[in-house]
Write a protein of this length. Structure first.
Length: 181
């Protein structure tokens, strides 16, 4: 088991119509391509924050991820607790014994890195295409502001506008009632 305690990231998420255009811009910025992964995130009911089990096709472990962040449509901080557990099916059975499953999010994620920023190009089943930018940072105001500025600059270079930002997690977006016509 591997544990990462109290990780802080600064992040932003935006819905996009054209992942190929984002890929082209990332290439021009010399982003490093890490790979493409199929991920299944099982979210569990919790009284606070969000708890999910992430299973990734190329990993022999699952990640149990608890995180807290505000539901705001801008660059924001997330506090994360992360445990890697082997084997994934046992980790899922254990969580299922104690917590009801809220829902499952299935996605294909391409990962790039750029200036210590992780760029996720996500194709989410039932929702469409999104881009997430994340930068781990120290819990110091200067470092947080530096991370926010870096994400804002990279987001602008990728063509993102403030009004494109998404406030909610994929699970929350899938869990919303359908819009009335």
């Amino acid at each position: 088991m591997w544990v990462k305690d109290d990780l802080l990231i600064v992040e932003m998420k935006t819905k996009v119509n054209d992942l190929e255009g984002v890929r082209s811009k990332l290439s021009l910025l010399d982003a490093k391509y890490i790979g493409e992964f199929h991920q299944i995130d099982t979210y569990f009911e919790t009284s606070e924050g969000r708890l999910k089990l992430r299973e990734t096709n190329s990993q022999d472990y699952a990640e149990i991820i608890f995180y807290e962040r505000p539901d705001i449509a801008k660059i924001k901080k997330s506090h994360i607790l992360l445990i890697r557990a082997r084997p994934p099916d046992i980790a899922k059975k254990l969580l299922d014994k104690f917590l009801p499953t809220k829902l499952v999010v299935e996605k294909t994620r391409e990962i790039y890195t750029l200036e210590k920023i992780r760029v996720h190009l996500d194709q989410v089943k039932g929702l469409g295409a999104f881009v997430e930018l994340e930068r781990p940072t120290k819990d110091e105001i200067g470092e947080i502001n530096k991370s926010k500025s870096m994400l804002a600059n990279i987001g602008a270079e990728l063509g993102f506008k403030d009004e494109d930002f998404e406030a909610l997690s994929y699970a929350d977006l899938l869990d919303r009632p359908p819009l009335a016509l």
